[in-house]
Design a protein around this ligand. Structure first.
Ligand SMILES: *[C@@H]1O[C@H](CO)[C@@H](O)[C@H](O)[C@H]1NC(C)=O
Length: 342
């Protein structure tokens, strides 16, 4: 055999062993000792002395699977009247990156523009962290101007990045908890989602959405913890010992009653935040003993449908993940055309 074939065989062997050690094969001896609270191990990802014997430093490095929360983050931009002088029935919170200017502009013209639907006041705010990189200062200056012009940005001083989404969600909850007491419902909507506001209000007003302990969306009841290290959402055993996450609505669009905001914030210090934000909320819900609620109908929340959707499906949906701003616009326009759609 040639030298290079040896190398290939050794490399394949190494990959096989790596996968064997990490894949989710039910191997009880590989389970770390069960933590006292079943859903999460609070021990750090790195091997080390047991957590009880070491005083955790205040700003411990979160490592690759957790995020730097809680910390003493401050709000840098918060020029919105929402929940200060205006108390909406429903507040739409849209996590965005500093550079998502096009999406913010489109949302402000479309579903974010709706102020009163079926007699209920609705407000949209965008939630973001601080820009990083070479042009961070220019970006921040643009954000400051955008905030003065539109009064709908809430910015907190953590580094805005995909990995830090859980921080964004928790800061959003903290902001709601400090400012909003009169709001009934809170919805988190991603900036690539077409939102059908009329349908949403129908759900909240007519179909017995309970105003307490209520969280709905596309609920993932049995979401596996992915053990393949090449997967984007890989989670090793020593971070999450269970093979499934507790049930949670997928992060692109979920609705909760305002009371849950405070409850989730209250339990979150007991559960070390992982970087998968929707699964983390599921872990908090489980600790609270609260189950998410399935939507009353199928097809209300569409995460990966075959585009383009028919006008009938658009009119029946509440939230649809789109593939472009142009598509979101087209769905928005079609949803506003009068007449029977189905
Ligand atoms: C997440 O935010 C924290 C706090 O700002 C920062 O220290 C960290 O570098 C950020 N992580 C990523 C991956 O951006």
């Amino acid at each position: 055999m040639s030298y290079s074939r040896h190398i290939v065989i050794i490399a394949l062997g190494a990959v096989a062993i790596f996968l064997y050690l990490n894949l989710d094969w039910k191997k009880p001896h590989m389970n770390p000792p069960q933590p006292s609270r079943a859903e999460v191990s609070s021990r750090p990802a790195q091997a080390g002395p047991p957590a009880e014997t070491v005083a955790e430093p205040q700003w411990e490095d979160p490592g690759p699977y957790h995020v730097a929360y809680p910390r003493k983050y401050k709000y840098i931009l918060d020029h919105t009247e929402t929940c200060k002088t205006v108390n909406p029935f429903l507040i739409l919170l849209v996590p965005v990156g500093p550079k998502d200017i096009e999406a913010r502009g489109a949302i402000r013209e479309m579903w974010g523009k709706e102020a009163v639907v079926r007699g209920q006041l609705i407000r949209t705010v965008f939630v973001l962290g601080v820009p990083t990189g070479a042009d961070a200062q220019q970006q921040q200056e643009k954000l400051r101007q955008e905030s003065l012009e539109h009064h709908d940005l809430i910015q907190s001083d953590f580094h805005d990045s995909y990995h830090n989404l859980t921080i964004k969600t928790m800061m959003m909850l903290e902001w709601l908890n400090t400012h909003c007491t009169q709001v009934s419902y809170v919805m988190k909507v991603d900036s690539d989602v077409f939102l059908n506001i009329d349908r949403l209000l129908t759900l909240l007003l007519d179909t017995g959405a309970s105003g307490q302990d209520y969280m709905t969306g596309l609920v993932w009841w049995h979401s596996p913890v992915l053990r393949n290290p090449f997967n984007k959402f890989y989670m090793p055993w020593n971070v999450i010992a269970e093979s499934e996450f507790p049930p949670y609505p997928l992060g692109f669009a979920y609705i909760m009653s305002l009371d849950l905001v405070e409850k989730i914030l209250k339990v979150s210090p007991q559960i070390k935040p992982i970087y998968i934000e929707d699964a983390y909320l599921g872990m908090c819900l489980k600790r609270l003993g609260i189950s998410p609620t399935d939507p009353i109908e199928k097809e209300l929340f569409l995460v990966d449908p075959r585009h383009p959707l028919s006008s009938c499906r658009i009119s029946r949906a509440i939230a649809v993940v789109t593939t472009s701003v142009a598509q979101m616009r087209s769905y928005w326009q079609r949803s506003r055309e009068p007449g029977e759609k189905c």
